[in-house]
Design a protein around this ligand. Structure first.
Ligand code: ZN
Length: 753
């Protein structure tokens, strides 16, 4: 909060500010059909009588309303860096209306209201239909005074200080300084429906009751914009320590890592799927990167591998955001600075470091670093809001805690910085919002296949004018989906020509490379290394493969560096699956007289219509999978594709029957270890879709053993009555049944002030 002694409390100044601010609230748009307001609601007449204030006594006024889901501009209590409420509102995302009340003095300065409490109600309506109605988060309302007493950085708390100089005047030490907060109304995500919604807020003094003649009303239209839920595929990284212990992150911990980003970023929720394909590693992920803002080799090689996975999840339309999750066991005890994650197309980070996930998602939506010392890729367009160059500029809010957490711009840094107490600025939020369609390719017919060559290529730095090109993986495949978009800052230092039998160019493909962005508290500094001095560059490419290709030639605009001719396909076979109680095992053999064979193993639950990758280059040809990680069906198939010399061979298993597994639900609730204060309680659910598609918000239903039906949606903030609640969330399981999850929460005791 602000320094209370810096708040001017001179009545004259307060009134001047009040007069300036009172014109801010729209009393209904012009030229638009008015939504019909419920008849039982008393509406203050339009302010058409300029002398009314002088004739009447003091009454409640509204200095402004702030509509925030994560971050917002609002000048109701002082300077703001944009037009009020200019940050876009996202449909099906929890919204908080923060309403700033003050006392309008009556005739001859009469004031019988300052220091009293006001309460009120909020109504959401579409046309003449009320869709939601609620009271403020605090049942006893908020203390009211002048506009200069209002502090946007306070949540349901008031303060009174005595004495103190400073500010505009030196006050006698007996002066009392009041700091008041706005009235907060939480609108659950489910009611923030797409399109235009009319909002009415009415405030009145608690002592007068709802029929008060000293009340204030403000109305406005809000526009909620449909933002598709990003499809996020999570890859479990099983990390082996020096003693050989394997640390496997749990599904619940991996999904919980997404929660913060879901609330902070301009998305309603994530359509998250934990992939069957897992990665095993013992690399030193925590080690600080030698490059400012960069990634260490452990992350770089993980992200390279995940970029191959991402090509397949995009081609098979499972999702084109792929994120690897490494258990925190990989962070050595006592580490002060770590490289907490990395993004370059695909991303990766430690499980439980939820701000790292939000940061990497920011990179995937074209956000560069903000004021990372020594980083040449910093976003030079980041606004300086005053104070720290990393400041979020406005007051942020996390609606997922009970009570919500506010982020003060004087002590909160943008998520794309390496700063402390991270939240998101209006700049970063709106930029991600504006790119919300980046990963939303239209669904296409999975049967419309086209031939593609998927390549993982490493090009080494030239030594004595010889550049070595290493084909690390190659897969000739037919697929229907789209190629994942190229990362921000991508450029093309390498191309490849597809040549026919006469050496004529049939097509040219430009490979792209982009710098990797690290996450973490890296305090190192230094310059950036020119590309020519990197030991190697890695490319993961999808090349359209026309008929008649006889060879491919890699070049950098001059003579070919490396040429590969189409040769002979490998021999590939697949055996299995063998079943154990919980696992399926298939064995793949692949051989070629001259080349190492790249192998990818795919799984289909629908007789080969749709596929998902389950393993790349399995060691010893063995692939073992937990059966309940696969979608299941009565015609399941494993397919192995082996590629060598730009030719592939395929082997498939006989179709087999596999029990179908439903989606999985995980509840995010306040801990039941301590009693929760009465008031709104933040409930949320995370879903592993298991490839069965997203659950719509209206399909998730919440109830309580004490309070009955609570509402719908991925996140909900009901006012729970005191006592022990069994909270139940239900949702369709994707197979025609219903999933149900329960948890106990205890509400009671005295509110901690
Ligand atoms: Zn980064």
């Amino acid at each position: 909060m602000q320094n209370p002694s810096g708040i001017p409390t001179l009545d004259a100044l307060a009134d001047a500010i009040a007069a300036r601010l009172s014109g801010r609230v729209s009393l209904g748009p012009t030229g638009e059909p008015e939504a019909r307001i419920p008849l039982d609601l008393e509406i203050r007449p339009q302010n058409d009588d300029p002398l009314r204030d002088l004739r009447a006594g003091s009454r409640v006024e509204i200095a402004g309303m702030e509509f925030t889901q994560s971050i917002q501009y609002n000048g109701s209590t002082g300077a703001s860096h944009g037009d009020d409420n200019a940050v876009s509102l996202v449909a099906y995302k929890t919204m908080v209306a923060r309403v700033y009340p003050f006392v309008r003095r009556g005739m001859l300065g009469a004031d019988t209201l300052t220091g009293q409490r006001v309460t009120g109600e909020l109504i959401f309506s579409i046309g003449n239909r009320v869709i939601y109605q609620t009271g403020p988060t605090r049942s006893d309302g908020a203390r009211i005074g002048s506009t200069s007493d209002l502090d946007r950085g306070l949540w349901d708390q008031e303060f009174t200080f005595s004495g103190g100089g400073g500010g505009l005047v030196v006050r006698p030490s007996t002066t009392l300084i009041n700091v008041n907060c706005p009235l907060n109304f939480i609108v659950p995500a489910y009611y923030c429906r797409r399109g235009r919604i009319h909002i009415t807020v009415r405030l009145w003094p608690v002592t007068d009751g709802v029929m008060s003649g000293r009340s204030a009303t403000a109305t406005q239209y809000l526009q909620f914009i449909d933002v598709p839920a990003p499809k996020v595929c999570l890859v479990r990284v099983n990390w082996t320590d020096n003693a050989g212990n394997v640390n496997k992150p749990t599904d619940a911990a991996m999904l919980a890592t997404l929660g913060l980003a879901e609330r902070m970023l301009p998305f309603p929720y994530f359509e998250s799927t934990i992939l069957t394909a897992e990665i095993t590693s013992s690399a030193a992920f925590a080690m600080v990167s030698p490059e400012p803002g960069g990634c260490n080799n452990a992350w770089l090689s993980l992200v390279t591998e995940l970029n191959m996975t991402r090509i397949f999840t995009a081609l098979f339309q499972l999702g084109d955001i792929v994120y690897g999750m490494v258990p925190q066991a990989a962070i050595p005890a006592g580490s002060e600075k770590i490289n907490s994650g990395c993004g370059r197309g695909a991303g990766g980070g430690f499980v439980g470091l939820d701000s790292t996930f939000a940061h990497e998602i920011g990179h995937l939506y074209d956000r560069s670093h903000v004021a990372v010392p020594g980083d040449t890729t910093n976003d030079l367009g980041y606004p300086n809001y005053g104070g720290s160059a990393r400041s979020i500029g406005e007051v942020g809010i996390d609606t997922g805690t009970s009570p919500p957490t506010l982020f003060d711009p004087s002590s909160s840094d943008d998520i794309m910085s390496y700063g402390k107490n991270q939240w998101i600025s209006p700049y970063t939020y709106q930029n991600i919002f504006d790119r919300r369609g980046t990963y939303q390719s239209e669904p296409i017919n999975p049967r419309l296949l086209r031939p593609l060559l998927v390549l993982d290529v490493r090009i080494y730095r030239a030594v004595r004018n010889t550049t070595r090109v290493e084909i690390r993986k190659s897969v000739c495949i037919e697929a229907a989906g789209m190629v994942p978009p190229r990362p921000v800052g991508a450029f093309s230092p390498l191309s490849l020509d597809l040549l026919d039998g006469n050496g004529q160019v049939l097509a040219t493909h430009h490979c792209t490379w982009a710098p990797a962005h690290g996450g973490g508290q890296c305090g190192c500094s230094g310059g950036s290394v020119p590309l020519e001095r990197e030991p190697w560059l890695d490319f993961q490419e999808v090349v359209d493969w026309p008929a008649g290709v006889a060879s491919i030639a890699f070049h950098r605009g001059e003579e070919a560096l490396h040429t590969i001719s189409v040769g002979e396909p490998p021999l590939v076979s697949i055996e299995g699956p063998k079943r154990s109680e919980t696992h399926l095992m298939v064995r793949v053999s692949a051989s070629h007289p001259r080349e190492r064979v790249s192998v990818v193993v795919l799984f289909s639950a629908d007789d080969g219509v749709t596929w998902q990758p389950v393993a790349f280059d399995p060691s010893n040809g063995e692939v073992t999978i937990e059966a309940d990680r696969l979608p299941g069906g009565n015609r399941c198939i494993f397919r192995a594709i082996g590629t060598a010399e730009l030719q592939s061979a395929t082997a498939v298993t006989q179709p087999f029957d596999l029990q179908r597994t439903p989606r999985q639900l995980y509840l995010t609730l306040p801990s039941n270890k301590c009693v929760i204060a009465p008031g709104p309680v933040a409930l949320a659910v995370m879903v592993d879709t298991r490839g069965l598609g997203a659950i719509q918000p209206q399909e998730i239903r919440w109830s309580s053993s004490l309070d009955g039906e609570l509402g719908f949606g991925y996140a909900l903030t009901p006012h729970l009555s005191e006592g022990r609640h069994e909270v139940i969330a239900t949702a369709p399981d994707g197979l025609g049944g219903v999933l149900s999850k329960r948890a106990i929460i205890i509400v009671g005791g005295r509110r901690s002030q």
